[in-house]
Design a protein around this ligand. Structure first.
Ligand SMILES: Cc1cc2nc3c(=O)[nH]c(=O)nc-3n(C[C@H](O)[C@H](O)[C@H](O)COP(=O)(O)OP(=O)(O)OC[C@H]3O[C@@H](n4cnc5c(N)ncnc54)[C@H](O)[C@@H]3O)c2cc1C
Length: 460
């Protein structure tokens, strides 16, 4: 049997490709989705805070893989903007990118997200306050679905799709090759299937695999960026004047010392800090729930510095991985340090963390981040914490907790045209796996864009 379309990966990119194909096709299409992880309800991270306290490096990470992809347990912050979250607009145009992000937002509302709040940063007094203090607030609309509603939307989408296209879970695609009929996919179990068109949406967790496909098929790529930093956790009251109005504020600061850019990322009001495992490397992240019953006392966000390398060094992700490995080596996973201890040049100890006025939401190993994070990056983060203290007094308190390391790995960017198609006709690469997107909204929108292109091609 030959499929019309094979989709590799059931994250937001893959799901919205399947959704749009099923929704808009005027004649029957045989669509198969291969996903190496589990169906949504079987995705369970073994960390229970009791018997299993930290990452045990499962073969398939339930946080990163399975229906819903890396976004399944995310905070569900759906940012409608071209200012961050990827460079989809560079391929498909700013107007179209925004239209598609809004379209996905409407789908999310129909599938369980109705009633969730849409925040906007435009023309706020906060923007002015930031500017007066050397900080720049980026423009965006953000819908906060929350981890709980995000899960419901995914459940509803799966119910709507499961009888109309074929989902094969626990089925990694090992190889993609050209075939006279289109593309031949070799599966992890050795089986081969053929599809006329193939959409690859393997996310960040599939970055190494994607590199292999590009190498094998001689598809040109670019790779030069990694973001390194820490996750900050502090009492929610310190940031409540920002988070109550904007939910998430993306703030950029240029350091005085090195003129490096440091930015806030993934802000989770009254949320929790979590660890994540990417290809066996444990890093830190955060999320929060829409349901007030699941709120914590703390707000967390990342402070990240982008490192872009020039020739001859090409392995920016390898650089980020080495720093994360160092923290894993010293702390057995994620390290936590009080800001007061960091600026005094001493490690945090379990006793100092216990006596802190901020109770950590993640059981991390107390340690010394200055032994892990390069000086230039750490200096930038410290400078930004003092800058944020001017708009949110208390940010630079001794008890503010810093978890490390947070690393945002960027996939190498695959060379794609305006249809997100490779030089091979009918072979598309979308979502975070393409290096073009880094967010739920851009990844989902890229899926819709490609599905519409496939429909135009197959129905012409
Ligand atoms: C903890 C956390 C919180 C986040 N919070 C937010 C947020 O609030 N807002 C936001 O915009 N973004 C957030 N993100 C990022 C967001 O989740 C991603 O940008 C988005 O999921 C990318 O979608 P994708 O479909 O491109 O890839 P993914 O979601 O990564 O999905 C790719 C899928 O492909 C599968 N796969 C990989 N290789 C193969 C293979 N060879 N064969 C078969 N299947 C394969 C993987 O198992 C995975 O399920 C968060 C990420 C994490 C980890």
């Amino acid at each position: 049997m030959i499929y019309d379309v094979a989709i590799v990966g059931a994250g937001p990119g893959g799901i919205y490709t399947a959704y749009e194909l099923m929704q808009k096709a005027t004649k029957p299409l045989r669509v198969v989705v291969f996903e190496l992880g589990h169906p949504l309800q079987q995705r369970k991270c073994p960390i229970d805070g009791d018997k299993v306290k930290s990452c045990i490096r499962c073969k398939t990470c339930s946080i990163m893989s399975g229906f819903g992809g890396a976004g399944a347990f995310s905070d569900g912050k759906y940012n409608i903007t071209n200012d961050f979250g990827g460079s989809l607009h560079a391929h498909i145009g700013k107007q179209r990118a925004l239209e598609l992000m809004r379209y996905v937002d409407e789908v999310n509302l129909r599938y369980g997200g109705e009633g969730t709040k849409l925040y906007s940063t435009a023309n706020t007094a906060i923007k002015q306050m930031c500017l007066k203090n050397g900080l720049h607030l980026l423009d965006a609309q953000v819908r906060h679905l929350g981890t709980d509603i995000n899960y419901i939307v995914l459940q509803n989408l799966y119910e709507a799709l499961k009888d109309r296209c074929e989902f094969r879970f626990g089925t990694p695609v090992a190889e993609v090759r050209r075939d006279p009929e289109g593309y031949q996919l070799t599966l992890g179990n050795g089986e081969s299937v053929v599809a006329r068109q193939c959409v690859i949406s393997v996310g960040r967790s599939g970055s190494k695999w994607m590199e292999g496909v590009c190498r094998a098929m001689d598809i040109p790529t670019l790779s030069n960026r990694v973001d390194i930093g820490v996750r900050v956790e502090l009492p929610a009251a310190i940031f409540s004047h920002l988070t109550d109005e904007l939910y998430e504020s993306k703030i950029v600061y240029r350091t005085e010392k090195f003129e490096d850019r440091v930015r806030t990322f993934c802000m989770n009001p009254r949320g929790a800090v979590v660890s994540e495992n990417t290809n066996g490397i444990v890093t830190v992240n955060g999320h929060s729930y829409e349901d007030p019953a699941r709120h914590t006392e703390n707000t967390n966000f990342a402070l990240l510095v982008s490192k872009t390398f020039s020739e001859p060094f090409k392995d920016s992700n390898g650089y980020g991985e080495s720093i994360a490995r160092l923290s894993n080596m010293l702390g057995g996973g994620v390290i936590v340090q009080r800001f007061g201890d960091l600026v005094r040049g001493r490690r945090s100890t379990p006793g100092r963390i216990r006596e802190s006025f901020v109770t950590p939401t993640l059981a991390a190993t107390p340690g010394d981040l200055s032994l892990v994070i390069p000086k230039r990056i750490l200096d930038g983060i410290i400078e930004m914490i003092y800058a944020l203290d001017k708009i949110a007094p208390g940010t630079a308190n001794d008890d503010t907790l810093l978890y490390g390391v947070e690393v945002k790995f960027y996939n190498m960017e695959v060379e794609l045209d305006e249809n997100l198609e490779t030089e091979y006709p009918g072979l598309y690469v979308i979502g975070d796996g393409s290096g073009v997107t880094h967010s739920l909204s851009h990844a989902s929108a890229s899926g819709i864009h490609v599905a519409r292109r496939i429909l135009r091609e197959t129905e012409a």
